[in-house]
Design a protein around this ligand. Structure first.
Ligand code: AHR
Length: 678
């Protein structure tokens, strides 16, 4: 009998026990998430038992999932403000405008930028040859990513590459607001040289503008070659040149993530194999990374984003560096020779899989190898001689069917032989149940894999009903990585999906993840980010525009869990049973052996307040502690750009009496309670 069958039998037994218990306890249901069950009790007695602290909460328990979706990278966390900076889009002048020029004219009264190919161009294939006939009339604009956002008095680094100057005496670069008023300007004096040279300057706008644009004008009659027009805020995360948006990374840092999963998601697999994510094309000099269409450009016909491409300015080196900055384990996911099965499902024949496997081996060398190796030396060249200490690698994203397992086995065998120190992450497909999920788990059990990446994008009700999902999983099988999940409220789209109903349901579910910390070793909400004017998928953890960012209620839930993970699990029960919805209550408890604290997370999904009396069995606590409450006036409430702090945690001081804690739980609230242990 394989482990999965054993697990299923145990599950059935537990289910039978649980359903008999359910008849006695008032249960949470779809309807009573909005209200309370008939048998609702206003007071409950709970017990926290300190006798068994054997289950360790993994430091990786709460992490983040990053994918370049919703303009999360280009136009988002990668702080470049110029779209199509290197004229590499298939339509090379997309995002650029020449209002006084006509394509089918000699433009004698203006000028024109002619798209030109480099001889033997590799990553960077094109530039523009700018011909200026009338310098009073020729203007070249870049529209940015849904506009260019700049802040008054902040400094912005401009850089551009120029060559073959003939007669151009000055280039003026200005930032304009939406009324075309100049809010900042700088001049560049190009020298006469044949070869490419980089020029830099600083722009300091005198006004904050959310949707500005860049205007380039030229003095003199003549021509000049131009490429790599780039504008970055000086204030980036850690002040890195051409770095990441500080406000967005600061929000990630606030989550204290245990790991960063990158670069996706479906983007790993590609719509077809040509479009798969190839990490080797994303490292090395930033200006030589070959552009590729972003699969989310065309994935949803009603959310087309024709200007969505991947510049890979945020590439694998930067992902590793970000993980390190955040104190998080890097967790790259690699393609396994299968394009996204929701798209073409294109397969690499098994006999041609070698280059894909080699990519995985080379990635380990890039991340961890000595600087004497090919890929380790590139890491050093890029500024990081020390290894990144990568411990995990994912093979495939949401693959399903026998074709996946045939390919997975090839990877797994070679990785086990050459890199037994690396934990390999595998997938049972995109759904949390159904035939391919069951088949996937059967195969993964047989292969005795280490870590299985489960995904669930489901209704808030599903999350409430599944708070006990992992209680019945086989303890002798693979560990679980809840790698992508989010509650999707019905009939909504956009930021309104990140409402309190969804966040509360996730909080309830997360107590179930934590209660099963012996099995569930990594978890991450998905997707992470969305540009308010350029998104394809909702809900998302963080919404942003060109200037601001909104941490959603879901973010606040994640933050409360990830900043209070504890080190060891302990039991919290009512009538000797874990709290999985009885009387609308969900709970988990941990101790933190570093801070000598006990931490309870208790969710009340009822629309009514309730009181809980918690008996601490085997441990007294000091008399003063804290209760951090996250709640809202209504399930439809959200955090918005207008009101980003609508739903944020409030901390109260509370008291305990040696081994008794009495708590008032607000309606529809997540409560994180902490006491120092005596
Ligand atoms: O998170 C959005 C998408 O959902 C991911 O790219 C994919 O893995 C899943 O289907």
């Amino acid at each position: 009998m394989n482990k999965k069958i054993k697990g299923a039998i145990t599950a059935l037994l537990l289910l039978a026990i649980a359903s008999s218990c359910k008849q006695k306890e008032p249960q949470n249901t779809v309807e009573n998430n909005k209200a309370v069950s008939k048998e609702f009790e206003t007071k409950s007695d709970l017990v926290v038992d300190f006798s068994d602290t054997g289950i360790v909460i993994q430091p990786t328990m709460y992490g983040v999932f990053f994918e370049d979706i919703n303009f999360g990278a280009d136009g988002g966390i990668y702080a470049e403000l110029i779209k199509n900076r290197s004229f590499e889009f298939p339509n090379p002048k997309m995002g650029w405008h020449e209002p006084n020029s006509v394509r089918y004219s000699l433009n004698g009264d203006s000028g024109f930028a002619k798209v030109t190919d480099y001889v033997n161009g590799k990553g960077n294939k094109r530039y523009v040859h700018v011909m200026v006939e009338n310098d009073q009339r020729y203007e070249l604009y870049n529209e940015g990513f849904r506009g260019i956002g700049v802040k008054a008095d902040a400094k912005y680094d401009l850089s551009l590459s120029l060559a073959k100057n003939k007669g151009i005496t000055q280039i003026s670069v200005a930032l304009l607001d939406t009324t075309n008023t100049v809010v900042g300007q700088t001049n560049i004096i190009p020298k006469e040289h044949e070869e490419w040279q980089t020029y830099t300057a600083t722009l300091q706008p005198n006004k904050t503008v959310a949707k500005g644009k860049l205007k380039i004008t030229f003095s003199g009659k003549g021509s000049i070659d131009m490429d790599l027009v780039s504008l970055f805020p000086q204030e980036t995360w850690k002040g890195r040149k051409k770095g990441l948006r500080k406000d967005l990374v600061t929000l990630l840092d606030g989550l204290n993530p245990g790991f960063v999963r990158f670069p996706g998601g479906c983007i790993v697999e590609g719509m077809n194999l040509d479009n798969r994510y190839q990490w080797k094309k994303t490292v090395g000099a930033w200006d030589q990374r070959e552009l590729m269409i972003n699969r989310w450009n065309i994935e949803f016909p009603n959310k087309n984003a024709p200007d969505y491409f991947q510049s890979f300015g945020l590439g694998f080196f930067e992902y590793f560096q970000l993980s390190e900055d955040l104190g998080a384990e890097p967790l790259p996911i690699l393609g396994c020779g299968m394009a996204c099965q929701f798209n073409s499902g294109e397969l690499v024949p098994l006999e041609d899989l070698d280059p894909y496997v080699q990519d995985a081996l080379d990635l380990i060398e890039f991340a961890n190898g000595s600087t004497n190796t090919k890929w380790g030396s590139l890491r050093k060249e890029m500024g990081h001689p020390e290894p990144f200490q990568m411990k995990y690698i994912g093979i495939g994203n949401e693959q399903w069917g026998p074709e996946y397992f045939e390919r997975y086995k090839v990877f797994a065998a070679i990785l086990a032989e050459k890199h037994p120190e690396i934990t390999v992450v595998s997938t049972p497909g995109p759904f949390p149940d159904g035939d391919m999920f069951e088949y996937g788990w059967e195969q993964l059990n047989e292969l005795d894999v280490a870590l299985v990446d489960e995904h669930y994008y489901k209704s808030p009700e599903w999350f409430l009903e599944n708070a006990d999902r992992y209680d019945s999983y086989d303890r002798n099988g693979p560990k679980v990585f809840a790698g992508e999940y989010a509650a999707h409220p019905k009939d909504k789209d956009g930021i309104v999906e990140n409402n309190w109903q969804a966040a509360l349901a996730e909080a309830a579910f997360m107590t179930g993840l934590e209660r099963n910390a012996d099995l569930v070793h990594l978890t991450s909400y998905a997707p992470l980010m969305a540009h308010a004017d350029a998104w394809q998928w909702a809900p998302d953890l963080i919404w942003f525009n060109n200037l601001e960012a909104v941490p959603t209620p879901n973010y606040q839930v994640q933050k409360l869990f990830s900043n209070n993970p504890g080190t060891n699990l302990i039991g919290i029960t009512k009538n000797d049973k874990p709290l999985t919805g009885q009387n609308n209550l969900y709970a988990s408890a941990v101790i933190d052996s570093n801070t000598q604290e006990v931490i309870f997370k208790i969710v009340n999904t009822a629309s009514q307040a309730q009181e809980v009396n918690i008996k601490l069995k085997g441990q007294d606590v000091v008399d003063k502690g804290t209760k951090t409450v996250l709640t809202s006036d209504g399930l439809e409430e959200i955090n918005s750009f207008q009101n980003p702090n609508n739903i944020v945690p409030q901390v109260e001081e509370i008291t305990a009496k040696e081994d008794m804690v009495q708590l008032q739980l607000a309606p529809q609230s997540l409560n994180v309670v902490k006491f120092k242990i005596k």
